[in-house]
Design a binder for this molecule. Structure first.
Ligand SMILES: [Mn+2]
Length: 324
């Protein structure tokens, strides 16, 4: 990691300014790490910017933005149009918590940059479709915030307590409350953030969800059933869901007795059915998803199906889980 930090520091220092972009439907890990890098770039007396789309339904991030505002922390945000005014020939674009172009906050913007760095912790199945100066993709790491904490330590810098709180919330979300991909280094990162002032009450507030989405999730959790004594499966209705809705249910199922792996099947749109699979680490869910044409990580994998019914996908999955 230190070699990467060294390279990144040199690049930041050589650039006219730094623009930071994460994924569409930004979450606490992507947002917290963007803010951390923003502060780091600023501390080098360079201008920094964070790409952010219009966040209508993202309650958590809106709450985080309010906290930043109340603490008088001014972040310069950009969208896919106004970045042109700030973009210089030698601007560096740092992409965090994502590498796939179609999942970026503003996918078309990348083609405009000659200097791009990618820092991600998602499993890389495909080649990156745009040219990069370098990429650092480490699927075993809990979160981008863990990387940013190490970068802060490497530089001997800190961030504002509100940003530290958002970063801590990001680690908590990405590790499913310190359960998945959590190592001693993850706890050390959390300890560092606490030491520099992360507020645990504010963190809990940031992680609150609205009552309706909770109740809806409980409804599906109730309808879940066990497969092979140690796996839980949950089949959603025909409504359209986001991938993260499925992931959250899969993570919730892991909290129950005897559940070592969980599979949630739901519809993303008219054509697409999706499986989100999670494991506490004993069962390799990636191998199951790979058999269905998907992929991922031992503890975190998925597969998508075009033009199949939920019932077909369920049967195929059951056959594979039963070793047929
Ligand atoms: Mn992440």
């Amino acid at each position: 990691m230190e070699t990467m930090f060294k390279k990144l520091t040199t690049l930041i220092r050589e650039s006219d300014n730094v623009m930071i972009m994460a994924h569409h439907d930004i979450d606490m890990d992507a947002f917290g790490s963007s803010l951390a890098l923003y502060e780091i770039v600023k501390s080098f007396d360079k201008n920094a910017y964070v790409f952010l789309e219009n966040l209508k339904d993202n309650i958590a991030i809106n709450h985080a933005l309010e906290c930043l505002e109340n603490s008088k922390i001014n972040i310069s945000f950009l969208d896919e149009k106004n970045y042109i005014e700030k973009k210089k020939k030698n601007s560096l674009l740092v992409i965090l918590d994502v590498y796939k172009q179609e999942m970026l906050e503003f996918p078309d913007v990348v083609t405009d940059f000659d200097h791009i760095v990618v820092i991600d912790h998602h499993v890389k199945n495909n080649k990156i479709q745009y040219p990069t100066l370098f990429e650092y993709i480490s699927p075993d790491l809990s979160s981008i915030n863990e990387i940013m904490v190490n970068y802060l330590k490497y530089l001997n810098k800190t961030v504002n307590p509100v940003i530290a709180t958002i970063m801590l919330a990001g680690i908590e979300i990405d590790t499913n409350q310190f359960n998945v991909k959590t190592t001693d280094k993850t706890y050390e990162a959390a300890a560092f953030l606490t030491k520099i002032g992360a507020n645990h009450i504010l963190k809990q507030e940031l992680l609150k969800e609205d009552r309706n989405s909770y109740l809806k999730r409980q409804h599906f959790v109730k309808k879940s059933f066990m497969v092979n004594k140690n796996m839980a499966m949950c089949i959603l209705d025909e409504e359209h869901y986001e991938r993260k809705d499925l992931a959250v249910i899969a993570e919730e199922l892991l909290k129950f007795d005897d559940v070592e792996a969980s599979f949630v099947i739901g519809r993303l749109d008219k054509e697409t059915v999706y499986i989100s699979a999670r494991s506490i680490g004993k069962i390799d869910v990636e191998q199951y998803m790979r058999k269905l044409g998907g992929g991922g990580h031992t503890t975190d994998a998925a597969a998508r199906f075009e033009n199949q019914t939920i019932a077909d996908v369920k049967n195929n999955l059951l056959n594979i889980l039963n070793g047929e």
